[in-house]
Design a protein around this ligand. Structure first.
Ligand SMILES: [Zn+2]
Length: 663
C-alpha cells in the first residue's frame, strides 16, 4: 500500500511539473529552432536574472553559416534558460527585444520555465496587418490595444487605412474640412450610411457620427508602436475611393463634358493641377506625422469613368501622350511617387498601381490573388503579399450560419495558415517578396468587439507565416498553440473568435452524396461561368457538394439563369429531385426566384414534375446563406431538366449550385 502511494505521488509530481513548466513549444510564431532539457527555472519576475550579451563567437559563426539577410540578422537571438536564470545573445537591440518577447510570451503562461535554448530569426522582413478605420472609425485606445497583440506575435507593421469614401480619419491642418466635415456622416454603421444615401455631416451637428485621429493621437500611436519595433504605415487613398475628399474639397472633382459642372464620383481628377496641390499638401502632413519609409497611396478600384469625359483629363491624356484612362492613373501614380521620393519616402500601393505602367521604385501590395505580385517581382519591384484568396480576414472564418455578418467568402484558420508567400514565385525573385499581410476591411465590422473577433486568431497565422520557416510550420501544432493564446486574450478582455468551438467547413462538403444522377452526363442549355466552373461539365453530378466558400470549391456559377438536362441512361422511377443554392448579395450571388424540374422519357417531350419557390427574403446585408431547393416527384423518366430562374431577383446576379441530386 505504502509503495503504491509513493508511486502515485511520484506520478502526480511529474504530471503537475510537466503542466506547470512552459517550453518554447508554446510560442507563436514558432521559433526556428529550440531544445528542451531536464530541469526547471522559476523566473524572479524583477528581471535581475536576465543577462544580455552581445553575440558570442559561436553564435556569430552560426548566424554566418545561415547567410541571413540583414533584417533577419538584426532580429536574430539566442535565448538560454538554465539553473542560473536567463541568458540572451543577440547582434543588437532588436534581437534583444525579440528574445525578451519570447521570454515574456512563455512567462505569460507560467513563471516556471523548462530549461531550454532557442535560436531564432524571422523569415520575412514585413509581417503585418491592415486595419480599415474609415468604414467604421476606431479610436486611439483601441489601436494601442491591438498593437499589444501584434507585439506579442513579433509582428512589425500596422497599416492603417485612414481615408475612404466612408470617412476621413486623420487630422490635416491645411485642409480642415477633411475632419470638420468628411470625418462625419449620417449613419453610425457603414451599412446604415450606405443605405441612407451616403451623406456626410458637419462636425458637431446632431446627426454627425464618426471621428478622426488628432495629430497628438497619431504621435502617441507612432511612438507606442516604435518602442515595440512596429512601424505604422499610413494609407491615403487615391485616385479612387475618394468621395469624402471630393465632398470636402470639390476642387479635386472632374468636370462634366461641357466643363460646366463638377462630377462627384469616387475618383479625383488627375487632369487638374489643383488635385496635385491638395494631394501633395496632405502627403506633406502625413509624412510629418508618420516616420514610415512606406507611404501607401491605395490606388485600387478607381472607376475612371469621369476621366473619359472630363475636359481637364482629356487634355492631360493628350498633352502627356497617355494611353487612355489607365495611362492617366499611371501618370498620377508616377507623379505622386516622384513627390514621395523627393521627400525620402517610398510609394506603396495596391496592385492596380501596375495598370498603365508601374512607377519605377513603387512597392506593390498584391491583393487580387498572387499573380500581380509575382509579375511585379519579376519586373524587379518589391512586393508584399496579401492575396484575398488567403489573407482577407473580412471573410467568414467559420460557418456563416453561426457567425456574425461578413462580406462573404470563407477563410478559416486552416486556409490562411496554408499560405506560403513564396508559392508560385520563381526562386530568382524571392528577394523581392518582402513579406505577408492580412487585411481587415470593415464595411460589415461595426464594433470593437467584432474587429477583434475578425482579427484573432487569424492574425496569429500571419505572424507565423511571416516568421517561421516553411518547413517548420505544421497546422495541428499551430492550432493547439492558438487555442491557448485565444484563451489568454479572452482573459485579458479581448474578444477573439472561440477557436476551441469552431464549427468547421460545411459538413456536406466532406462526404460524397450518392444518388441516381451521379456520374451521368449533363447538357448545358446555358453555359456555366468560366470563372466559377468548379470541375466543369461533371461538377453537378460528381457527388461533391460545396463548402462554405463559393470560389475554388465545388460550387458552379451561372451568370443568370441555370438550365441543365441530365441523362440518367435509362427510364426509371424517380421520387426526388433537388439542389442546394448559394447566396451572398455582397458578392452578387442570389438564390433563384424558383426552380423547375421537367422530366422526359425520350428527351423530346418534357412534363413539369415540380416547382420550388424561394422562401428566403434576401436583404442587401443578409450575408452568406444556403438553401435547398428540393421536392418529391412521382414519375418515370430518363431525362431530368432543372431550371433555376432568377425571375424578379437581380438580373445581373449569379446563381450557384453544387450538385443536382436525383433519387
Ligand atoms: Zn478630370
Amino acid at each position: 500500500m505504502r509503495r503504491l502511494f509513493l508511486i502515485l505521488a511520484a506520478v502526480l509530481l511529474l504530471s503537475s511539473g510537466a503542466s506547470a513548466a512552459v517550453c518554447p513549444d508554446i510560442i507563436i510564431p514558432k521559433p526556428v529552432g529550440y531544445e528542451v532539457f531536464e530541469g526547471e527555472y522559476i523566473l524572479k519576475g524583477d528581471g535581475s536574472d536576465i543577462r544580455v550579451h552581445s553575440a558570442d563567437r559561436n553564435f556569430l559563426r552560426e548566424l554566418k553559416a545561415l547567410s541571413l539577410k540583414d533584417f533577419a540578422y538584426n532580429e536574430a537571438y539566442r535565448l538560454i534558460v538554465g539553473k542560473r536564470g536567463v541568458d540572451i545573445y543577440c547582434t543588437g537591440d532588436v534581437g534583444e527585444y525579440r528574445a525578451r518577447q519570447s521570454l515574456s510570451y512563455m512567462a505569460s503562461f507560467s513563471d516556471t520555465l523548462s530549461f531550454c535554448s532557442i535560436v531564432d530569426y524571422p523569415r520575412f522582413a514585413h509581417r503585418g496587418i491592415m486595419l480599415d478605420i474609415s468604414r467604421n472609425f476606431r479610436d486611439k485606445d483601441f489601436i494601442l490595444r491591438q498593437i499589444d497583440v501584434l507585439d506579442m506575435l513579433k509582428m512589425n507593421s500596422l497599416h492603417l487605412h485612414l481615408a475612404d469614401d466612408a470617412g476621413w480619419r486623420v487630422e490635416i491642418s491645411s485642409y480642415p474640412r477633411l475632419t470638420g466635415y468628411a470625418a462625419w456622416r449620417k449613419g453610425k454603421e457603414w451599412t446604415e450610411w450606405r443605405s441612407s444615401g451616403k451623406h456626410y455631416a458637419e462636425q458637431g451637428s446632431p446627426e454627425a457620427t464618426g471621428g478622426f485621429l488628432t495629430k497628438e493621437e497619431v504621435a502617441e500611436i507612432v511612438s507606442y508602436a516604435r518602442k515595440k519595433n512596429i512601424n505604422i504605415i499610413p494609407e491615403i487613398e487615391m485616385p479612387g475611393h475618394s468621395a469624402e475628399l471630393l465632398a470636402a474639397y470639390p476642387e479635386v472633382a472632374c468636370l462634366s463634358a461641357d466643363g460646366k459642372e463638377k462630377v462627384f464620383s469616387s475618383d479625383v481628377c488627375p487632369g487638374n493641377e489643383e488635385t496635385f496641390r491638395i494631394l501633395e499638401g496632405i502627403l506633406d502632413e502625413i509624412i510629418e506625422m508618420f516616420p514610415s519609409t512606406y507611404i501607401h497611396i491605395g490606388g485600387d478600384e478607381a472607376s475612371k469613368s469621369s476621366w473619359k469625359e472630363c475636359p481637364l483629363c482629356r487634355k492631360r491624356m493628350e498633352e502627356e501622350h497617355l494611353d487612355g484612362v489607365d495611362g492617366l492613373q499611371s501618370y498620377l501614380v508616377h507623379r505622386i511617387e516622384d513627390y514621395l521620393e523627393s521627400k525620402g519616402r517610398h510609394l506603396l500601393g495596391w496592385d492596380e498601381i501596375m495598370q498603365g505602367g508601374l512607377a519605377p521604385s513603387a512597392t506593390v501590395m498584391s491583393w487580387r490573388g498572387t499573380a500581380n505580385g509575382i509579375e511585379a517581382a519579376a519586373m524587379g519591384h518589391d512586393v508584399i503579399m496579401s492575396p484575398n484568396t488567403y489573407c482577407y480576414i473580412d471573410y467568414y472564418q467559420d460557418a456563416p450560419l453561426y457567425s456574425p455578418l461578413a462580406i462573404g467568402g470563407y477563410i478559416p484558420l486552416t486556409r490562411i495558415y496554408s499560405y506560403d508567400p513564396l508559392e508560385g514565385v520563381p526562386e530568382e525573385h524571392f528577394d523581392h517578396i518582402l513579406g505577408v499581410q492580412a487585411n481587415l476591411w470593415t464595411e460589415f465590422v461595426p464594433t470593437e468587439e467584432h474587429v477583434e473577433y475578425m482579427l484573432y486568431p487569424r492574425t496569429f497565422a500571419v505572424a507565423e507565416i511571416g516568421w517561421t520557416p516553411q518547413t517548420e510550420r505544421e497546422f495541428t501544432s499551430f492550432r493547439g498553440r492558438s487555442v491557448r493564446l485565444v484563451e489568454q486574450l479572452k482573459d485579458k478582455g479581448y474578444h477573439p473568435f472561440d477557436l476551441a468551438n469552431e464549427y468547421g467547413d460545411r459538413p456536406e462538403s466532406y462526404v460524397k452524396v450518392d444518388h441516381l444522377a451521379r456520374g451521368c452526363e449533363v447538357k448545358y442549355s446555358k453555359p456555366y461561368s468560366r470563372t466559377y466552373s468548379a470541375d466543369g461539365e461533371t461538377a453537378l453530378t460528381d457527388g461533391k457538394q460545396g463548402g462554405w466558400a463559393y470560389s475554388k470549391s465545388d460550387w458552379q456559377g451561372f451568370n443568370g439563369d441555370m438550365d441543365v438536362t441530365i441523362d440518367l441512361g435509362k427510364v426509371q422511377p424517380l421520387h426526388y429531385v433537388g439542389a442546394w443554392f448559394y447566396s451572398c448579395y455582397t458578392n452578387w450571388i442570389t438564390f433563384p426566384e424558383r426552380t423547375e424540374v421537367w422530366v422526359s422519357e425520350d428527351g423530346e417531350n418534357f412534363t413539369l414534375a415540380s416547382t420550388v419557390t424561394c422562401q428566403i427574403k434576401e436583404g442587401r446585408e443578409s450575408g452568406t446563406m444556403y438553401s435547398l431547393f428540393g421536392a418529391p416527384v412521382d414519375v418515370t423518366a430518363r431525362y431530368v431538366r432543372m431550371l433555376a430562374v432568377l425571375g424578379t431577383q437581380p438580373q445581373h446576379g449569379f446563381v450557384f449550385t453544387d450538385e443536382i441530386v436525383v433519387k
